[in-house]
Design a protein around this ligand. Structure first.
Ligand code: PEP
Ligand code: CO
Length: 457
């Protein structure tokens, strides 16, 4: 496959897992045509910048923070929600940068993270069987036959929502909100009064003092854009290939193909087959890419993915995201890391501590425990330290709101609390306090890494 010729639609001759059963292929084609004539959402040059920053992560000089919703919702498009999500990512990022002294590459699961792979194509409730909800870009979560019919026009709605979200993100990140002088104002009220919020305040005060010090030394910080603006890149799972194909364009500067629906795209655990449509599509676009690897992934599979997606071995081109589960990572991850290291494939290793740690709570809610999330991240760092590779980043599902979807954390959410504000349309997300809590723990791991090598138990 990797040597055959590539075109944005060459994936169509390969088996494509997890695609909806479209009732009306004509309207899907029409929608594809409409989308292919709409403006790109991101620019190729931005994707190249991200790839070069991921190259730094690859070399152990920076850390990747990739985070956002499991699935963005068509009913949740408000400025406040977008701002709050950005705010928690910025807070986490300053904690990591300040405590660990490492640049943080910030990538949102945002502005396009709509399509969801499902473990079963149908869902049965009270003996009624309907197609599963596959994300708002495809159908609606309400459990009625009408709502679950895939509708092609939703691809256009998703494009416009991604565009509005990205517009606001660009305004927030470049227009003053992300200015390091605002670092105190990112502390949300419901977090600020807690011990965690106070710990964040100490970091913020430290940053203030550093800025004052630089100014006193004559450093013209008002003219340094890096202190006043932030680069937040976008990413999503490239699952729905009709959408991805329609937004794939030739970059006029380089003549290369880029997927202009997001800066970075990943392929999920359920669609990463070597001979499948998803790898075929992704190998031809020049964006930085990622691939999820679950506990059944073999070293041969991981190496095959490296060869297909990054045959030229470009640092920053490929991120491998392990999502093993806290109880499996110590056994499942080392053979993969060793194989990739020994083959000298330059990859960013990131840890998704969410998707291998999902279970159903006693009250029937899908949830994750903060302790399992931390345990998987600890093990991820231990594996990389033992093997001499860089634990390059974390990949999280979170929101800036005070939701109650994951258990534990500093406010010790328990099973009964899940009923209070369980708002996700798909998987359970960390709330703002749990996210900040996690950032402090990861910062400690990054600092330890510098100070002492760890061995695997
Ligand atoms: C996801 O990232 O939301 C997801 C479905 O992940 P995975 O493919 O690892 O299960
Ligand atoms: Co998810």
């Amino acid at each position: 496959m990797a040597t055959s010729s590539w075109h944005p639609d060459s994936w169509r001759s390969f088996p494509a897992a997890q695609q909806p059963d479209w009732p009306d292929l004509d309207s899907l084609r029409e929608v594809g045509k409409t989308l292919s004539e709409l403006p790109p959402l991101v620019f190729a040059g931005e994707s190249r910048n991200l790839q070069s920053q991921l190259g730094e992560v690859c070399r152990g000089e920076a850390f990747l923070l990739q985070a956002g919703d499991c699935a963005e919702s068509f009913s949740d498009l408000t400025a406040d929600l977008i701002r709050d999500k950005l705010r928690v990512i910025l807070q986490m990022s300053v904690v990591l940068t300040y405590s660990a002294g490492m640049p943080v590459v910030k990538v949102g699961r945002i502005a396009g993270q709509f399509a969801k792979p499902r473990s079963s194509p149908t869902e049965t409730v009270d003996e009624v069987e309907l197609p599963s909800f596959r994300g708002h870009i495809i159908n609606d979560p309400v459990f009625t036959a009408d709502a679950r019919v895939p509708q092609a026009e939703r691809l256009i709605a998703a494009y416009h929502q991604a565009s509005a979200t990205l517009n606001l993100l660009r305004a927030f990140t470049k227009g003053g909100f992300a200015d390091l002088q605002q670092v105190h104002s990112w502390n949300q009220e419901f977090v600020a009064s807690s011990p965690l919020g106070q710990r964040y305040e100490q970091v913020a005060s430290g940053i203030d003092a550093a800025l004052r010090f630089m100014k006193a030394c004559g450093f013209a910080s008002e003219h340094e854009p890096k202190l006043h603006t932030v680069n937040l890149y976008t990413s999503h799972e490239a699952l729905l290939l009709d959408y991805e194909e329609a937004l794939t364009r030739i970059d006029s500067l380089t003549g290369d193909w880029y997927n202009c629906s997001a800066h970075m795209l990943w392929v999920g655990e359920r669609t990463r087959q070597h001979d499948g449509a998803h790898l075929e599509f992704l190998r031809g676009v020049n964006n930085p890419l990622a691939c999820k690897l679950g506990p059944t992934a073999t070293p041969e599979e991981a190496l095959g993915i490296c060869d297909i997606l990054n045959p030229d071995r470009i640092p920053g081109r490929l991120t491998l995201i392990s999502r093993m589960g806290a109880s499996k990572i110590a056994e499942a991850l080392p053979p993969l890391v060793e194989a990739v290291r020994d083959a000298e494939h330059p990859v960013v290793w990131a840890c998704d501590p969410m998707h291998g740690n999902t279970f159903t709570s006693s009250i029937g809610r899908k949830t994750r425990h903060f302790d399992d999330i931390c345990a998987e991240i600890n093990a991820f760092f231990a594996v990389h330290r033992a093997l001499g590779t860089h634990p390059g980043g974390i990949h999280l599902e979170l929101t800036g709101e005070n939701v109650t979807e994951c258990l534990g954390g500093s406010s010790e959410l328990d099973h009964l609390d899940l009923e209070e504000r369980y708002e996700t349309v798909c998987d359970p997300r960390l709330n703002a306090s749990q996210s900040l809590d996690l950032a402090f723990r990861v910062a400690e791991l990054l600092t330890e890494k510098r100070n002492s090598p760890l061995t695997l138990e």
